[in-house]
Design a protein around this ligand. Structure first.
Ligand code: COA
Length: 349
């Protein structure tokens, strides 16, 4: 059975840099607060009208496809991870297919937020292993800047997130021990509402009675997104930061160890860990817990903020471009986020 390898990788971040001090124009915050709590110094925001989650994905995908030595017409499946799609539906996968003039191939969107890219990679890996596809485009892309509450009310969430995209092309390899060695996927929906965006959605208070305003019969037709929801700030993401932090620092190390042990490795064998860039403090905690040296972990949240599904492919691409990943290196990707969902992928580069 073939294994899958990353044959090409690309990233794209918008030109517009937004520093912590820039955010002070909109909300009460400070460079010190943001950097001390999250490690973030700046992030990128997409152009309001000329850049979308899909256009950024296309930029990253173009580079990944070129580096894989193929053309968009060679891609035989697309898997697109995002929580900020251009449309509520259809998904961004079909928009990439159209924009890149690909053949009438399958396109799948994955909605697993921060662990979306690792979930996507795992799905792609299965298709390669079964021999169903030979050139799969896996993308993570986010345009958060369009949907955050930039007033003081929403500052605990809005200062964290940034925009960008990353992409890889997955191909089969028959080289023994090369490529994706294992993937592990997990979820626990018990705390689904503590890091979530409730609307637009069909819940109509079913799950979130404590958090969503009550509606009368007259409003029933507008449940999907009513004026009342907007008046109650229900159109912005909600996050209980401390609760997310507590769970993340347990699940990150667990899922990394699961990956290493499944293939008979220890933390000492790891050349590079690319943790989802949720918060530098979380990554540092994980590094300490696993006793990893600084050169065994790559973080770039300082420059880009948390780009959710795009954070791992952006960090992976940047690390590779900087020469921090060489052929034969053992690389672990690990993510944790809304759902909760968490996941890892172990790769022999
Ligand atoms: N600027 C200044 N003050 C802020 C602020 C901001 N951007 N955001 C929140 N605060 C204030 C709060 O209002 C609160 O003030 P109060 O004490 O007067 O009520 C105070 O800072 C502490 O708030 P709290 O939410 O308890 O802060 P924290 O120390 O837990 O840090 C996070 C907040 C979000 C940085 C932190 O909880 C975290 O990183 N959690 C993990 C989140 C994460 O990784 N999310 C991505 C998931 S993939």
């Amino acid at each position: 059975m073939p294994q899958s390898k990353i044959a090409g990788i690309g990233m794209y971040v918008p030109e517009h840099i937004v520093t912590n001090n820039d955010l002070k124009k909109y909300m009460e915050t400070s460079d010190e607060w943001i950097e001390e709590r999250t490690g973030i110094k700046e992030r990128r925001y997409a152009h309001r009208t000329n850049e979308t989650t899909t256009t950024m994905a296309v930029e990253a995908a173009t580079i990944a496809i070129e580096r894989a030595g193929i053309t968009p017409q060679d891609i035989d499946f697309i898997i697109f991870a995002t929580l900020s799609p251009d449309y509520y539906f259809p998904g961004c996968g079909v928009l990439v297919q159209r924009a890149m003039k690909m053949k009438e191939i399958g396109a799948l969107d994955i909605r697993n937020q921060c662990s979306g890219f690792v979930y996507a990679l795992s799905v792609a890996d299965q298709f390669i292993k079964t021999g169903m596809y030979k050139n799969i485009l896996v993308v993570g892309s986010e345009k958060h800047s369009f949907g955050l509450d930039f007033t003081t009310r929403g500052r605990n969430v809005s200062v964290i997130f940034g925009d960008g995209a990353g992409a890889v092309v997955l191909q089969p390899t028959t080289q023994e021990g090369q490529g994706i060695l294992n993937t592990h996927l997990h979820s626990d929906g018990e705390s689904a509402e503590i890091l979530a965006m409730y609307n637009p959605g069909t819940h109509a208070n079913h799950w979130t009675t404590n958090k969503v305003a009550d509606f009368d019969e007259a409003e029933i037709g507008q449940m999907f997104m009513s004026k009342d929801m907007i008046d109650h700030d229900q159109n912005f993401p909600f996050m209980d930061g401390p609760a997310v932090f507590k769970k993340a620092i347990v699940k990150f190390p667990e899922v990394i160890m699961e990956a290493l042990q499944a293939s008979g490795f220890t933390h000492a064998d790891l050349n590079l860990l690319i943790p989802h860039q949720a918060n530098l403090r979380i990554a540092q905690f994980v590094q300490q817990k696993l006793q990893l040296r600084n050169d065994q972990v790559y973080n770039n949240i300082q420059q880009y903020g948390n780009t959710t599904a795009a954070s791992i492919p952006i960090a992976l691409c940047e690390a590779w471009q900087m020469g921090k990943i060489k052929e034969g290196d053992l690389v672990c990707l690990a993510a944790f986020g809304s759902g909760f969902t968490w996941a890892s992928a172990l790769i022999r580069w």
